[in-house]
Structure formats: C-alpha cells, structure tokens
Design a protein around this ligand. Structure first.
Ligand code: HEM
Length: 394
C-alpha cells in the first residue's frame, strides 16, 4: 500500500455533529479511514481497522494527549490512568481488572444491582404519565450502582451524579472557564472528604470494592483519589445512556422487543448491539509520538487524533448494513468499549448491571414499556452521545 497525505474535510459543521453525527461520519469514512478535520482541529479516524491499529500500538499512539491531559489533571487532581501509557498505566489499571472480571462482578455486586434496580423501578412507576426513563430510572440507577462498586458507604447517588457531571465539565474545560473549575474543585474536595477516612480504613480491612483494589495496589493516596474520580466521571453516563438507548431502540423495533421478551437469553446481544449502534462514547483522543503511517495515511509527530469508535461501529467493511439495529447480527466485536490497553475497565460490570439485571427486571415489571410518542426524546452530543430525556409510557 502506498502512503498518502490525509484527505482534508473542510465542510464539517460542529453543530450538525452534535445534533446527529452519523451522516458526517459516513461522509468522512468515504473520504478515507483517516481524515484531517480543521473544524475540530484533529485527524479523525473513522475506519474500524484503523481504530484497532491505533489501539494496538500505544508507543506510537499515546493516550497522554496535549491539552486534554492538562484539563483532566486539573479536574481530577492529577493525570489518571486513562491519560497514561505503558508501565505507568498498567500499575493503575491492572489492580482493578481482578474485581471487574465477570465472576467477581456477579459475586460482589449482582445482588446490590438487583436491589438498586427494584428501588428505582418504584420511582419510575410512581411517576406514571410523567415518567422519564433517564431522570427517574437510568441515571439514578447507574449512579447508585457506581457508589456500590466504589464502596463509598456515606455517598448518595445524587452526590455521585453531581460529582460526575462536574468532573466531565472540567475534563472538557479547554476554554478555562473559572466557574467550571470551581465546580470540579468543589467536587474534588467532597470526594476527598469521603476518601480521607475510607482509605485508611480499607488499608486495615480490605473489601471487594474498586477503591479497595486501588488502595492495595501499592499506589500512593493521591493516585488512588484521582483514579476514583476518573471512575466517577466515566462510569455513570454511559450505562445510563445505554439503558435509555435500549428502550428507544426496542420501541422502534417491536419484532426484536418481542424476541427478547420471549427469551431473555437475548439480553446480552441487545446490550452489545445498542452500544455498537448508538455508541455512548463516540470519540476519544490520542497523540502521535512520531512520524508514522496509519491505514496508508502519513501522519506527522504530535498529531492530535480522534478515534471515532461510533463511526468505526458503522463501518460497512466491518458490519453488514451497519445502520440497522439488529440483535441477530453475528458476534463480530464492536469498538463501543474501546480496544487495546485502555479498553473499558467496566465493560463486564456494565453488561451484568444492564443486560443481566436492569433490563430483564425493567421489562419483567413493565412489559408494555415504550417511548411516549407525544413527548420529545432528544439525542445530544458526538464525543459523548445519549438521550438527555426519554419520556416513556407503560
Ligand atoms: C455501557 C457503558 C460503558 C461504555 C460504553 C464505556 C466505554 C468506555 C470506553 C470507549 C473507554 C475507552 C476510552 C479511551 O480509551 O479513551 C472506557 C474506559 C474506561 N471505562 Fe468505561 N464504559 C462504560 C461503563 C463503565 C463503567 C460502569 C465503569 C466503572 C466501573 C467504567 C470505567 C472505565 C475506566 C476506569 C476506563 C479507563 C480504562 C483505562 O484507561 O485503562 N466504564 N470506557
């Protein structure tokens, strides 16, 4: 294969990307798997094979991105595992892999996920005709599940949700807005106040929580605190967006809803097909450490890349009719949880909490659950994407 300069996509409208990025993704992919997009100041990688190639080589494609690492360090106290490479990353990532294996997740948290789901089902039911699945069920459930996985005994789901949003806003605060920093600073202080007593207690008596795994990995307290904040910022919105996207998709595809309601063994496929089709994390950044060639395209050192997994998940070279929601498609792996060393640490936890617990209980209790055609269900975002509200009837 020869080496070419990256095609340039001059006509990319950021407002259109935020509203619905999928047409733009198709257009970019037709130009090539790696395209320079001046409107977002990056090379966007939209081909499935090209995204995988990035994640297979962390020496050339670093997660320690310029600008992004600085805002993340400012928002979370210091640079977390997500912005580290090689041994530095592995020292923080390896300890949480053990409690996040499927068996360990089921043993430690499945019963708790069930209790949380039942409690929020009640909230949803009580809302009756005003019910919003995002506000009344998916959001608070995802927050409570994360409180339990982190083992924060005094924290509430409301607090965790507030911290999560404050950290996410800080991580994205490239404009240096002081009000955004003030909110993420407050959230940091509040999380630190919880951890001040918890970390020494866990040093004496380990438990099954993610915080305990970090504490017993030989990391200093500041590193533990930052990675707890990373998990708070990364482990809430995506499961919530997946739950609402599933109900939205099944409402629109009643034949597939009937199939899964008749046979719950389909639920895991529903979760993964939804994460492929409407990826909650659409894009994440990388930086080239040297001149290199990616999918036949020459890239200079220090090039900012966006790995657009949402576009890769609709790549026709990887999936037949990728624009269709189809739970029966083959088990070809999607990129909605990323790949390579930074592959989502919580992907099994998400699959268990959603596919094994939340969805079967939700539809078991409310088999007539559907999106409400009379109220709006707004989608928003491309870097992170999800339904900001999902009015439902049941
Ligand atoms: C459906 C739900 C979820 C989706 C779609 C998702 C997606 C992702 C993706 C795409 C990445 C890679 C980002 C990158 O490389 O820049 C990631 C990383 C990560 N996720 Fe998730 N995630 C989900 C749920 C969770 C949950 C529930 C947790 C916590 C228990 C979690 C914790 C993490 C952590 C700690 C990382 C960083 C891993 C590292 O740097 O090695 N995620 N996630």
């Amino acid at each position: 294969m020869g080496t070419d300069a990256a095609p340039v996509a001059e006509q990319v409208d950021v407002a259109a990307l935020l509203a619905d990025p999928y047409d733009t993704y198709d257009r970019l992919r037709e130009l090539g798997p790696v395209v320079r997009v001046p409107a977002v100041n990056r090379y966007l990688v939209t081909g499935s094979a090209a995204c995988r190639a990035v994640e297979a080589d962390e020496v050339t494609f670093s997660a320690d991105v310029r600008g992004g690492s600085a805002t993340m360090a400012r928002a979370l106290g210091q640079r977390p595992m997500l912005r580290k490479d090689g041994a530095e990353h592995a020292a923080e990532r390896t300890p949480i892999n053990t409690p996040l294996r499927p068996k360990a997740v089921r043993a430690a948290w499945r019963a708790q996920f069930e209790r949380n789901t039942r409690a929020h089902l009640e909230t949803l039911r009580e809302r009756g005709p005003d019910a919003d699945l995002n506000r009344d069920f998916a959001g608070p459930l995802a927050a409570q599940n994360l409180v339990d996985m982190l083992g924060l005994p005094e924290a509430t789901a409301d607090e965790l949700a507030r911290w999560s949003l404050a950290f996410i806003a800080g991580i994205g605060n490239l404009q240096d807005d002081p009000e955004v920093w003030a909110r993420s600073d407050d959230a940091q202080q509040e999380v630190d106040a919880h951890l001040e007593a918890l970390i020494p207690a866990l040093r004496r008596r380990p438990d099954a929580s993610l915080t305990s795994a970090l504490v017993h990995a030989g990391l200093d307290d500041a590193t533990v605190r930052t990675d707890v904040k990373l998990i708070i910022s990364g482990g809430m919105n995506e499961p919530a967006h997946t739950i609402t996207a599933i109900v939205w998709a099944l409402s629109d595809h009643p034949d597939q809803r009937d199939r899964v309601l008749a046979d719950p063994a389909w639920w895991p496929r529903v979760v993964d097909e939804t994460v492929r089709w409407q990826s909650p994390i659409g894009m994440y950044p990388r930086r080239t450490t040297r001149d290199c060639v990616l999918a036949g395209v020459a890239l200079p050192a220090e090039a900012p890349l966006g790995v657009v997994v949402a576009a890769a998940n609709r790549d026709p070279a990887a999936f037949d009719h990728p624009e269709r929601f189809d739970i029966t498609r083959g088990r070809r792996a999607h990129l909605g949880f990323g790949s390579g060393v930074h592959v989502c640490a919580g992907h099994w936890a998400a699959r268990v909490a959603i596919g094994e617990v939340a969805m079967p209980l939700l539809y078991g209790a409310l088999p007539g659950l559907r999106t409400d055609p009379d109220r709006e269900a707004p989608w928003s975002g491309w870097v992170f994407r999800g339904l900001t509200a999902l009015p439902v009837t049941f």
